[in-house]
Structure formats: C-alpha cells, structure tokens
Design a protein around this ligand. Sequence first.
Ligand SMILES: [Zn+2]
Length: 160
Amino acid sequence: MSEPVYVKYCPLCGAENPHQAAFCARCLDGDLTTVPAEVRREAPPELAVVPEPAAPAPARCTLVLIEDPGVTFRVAEGQTVGRTRKADVLLAGVPKLEWISGAHARFFRRGPQWFVQHIAVTNFIKVDGDTFRGDEEVALHDGSVLVLSLTAFRVKLEGV
Ligand SMILES: [Zn+2]
C-alpha cells in the first residue's frame, strides 16, 4: 500500500489541487483556503472495454490430394498424419506414399490459426513452396499447398 496522497478538490470545478494550494490551478477562481485537504479519491474506473468477438476459428482441417481431389483426409486439432499406425491419420492410397514418414506431420491450432509441423527425422514438408526439414511451426491458410515429401495436398480450413 502506498501512502495516501492529500489533495484539495476545487469547490467550483472539482479539479484536484495540491493540498497546500490556495486557489484552483484549473479554473483560477476556486478559493481553496477554506477547503479541507482530503485523501485523494480513487480515479474513476476506466470504461470497460468490450472486446471484439474473436474471429471464429476454422474447426476442420482437410487435406485434399491435388492429383485426385476425390481423395481427402480429415485431420483434427493435434493429430498427426503419415504412412503407418504411428500417425493418427493414415494417408493410405496416396501416390509416392513410400516417401512419406510413418508419422510425418502434426496439425494444431493456436487460437484461430492452424499450423503444421514436420515431425519426422527424415524427409521434409513444403508449405506454399517453402521447404521445412526441422520442426518449425508453419502457419497454414485455407488453400495452402502442403507437400509431404513428394505428395501434394491442398489444405482446406473450414467450419466454426
Ligand atoms: Zn476550480
């Protein structure tokens, strides 16, 4: 707790003045010589700021095989995709599957933003043309092109 601050409030305009003031520094008319000093009042609370409603987060991430858009894989938040049961979502039947790691990439969301992360020791991912061999978290957008080694997918982010 800090020491209380003693001030005088102008009887004419209400301005706060130092406790030793004889007249009001704001309106110059207020006579403070007969005004008792008092403990400074709390500043009025700031008007509550109503936060903007957060943009709805796309709830669903779908990988659409570019070579055959009829082949799609639904990926839930936090899930991994890959060639074997090490992954949550098996990319069975896609071309060049042999080049995809057992568990190759992980998908997750932070707020409304989806990310993909390469989680394999070998191989790589490409997102919109940029190659990632480490475990960087790469932002995804609706329509992003994601390549797992040699297999390309269109990323669809939709739903709320
Ligand atoms: Zn005043």
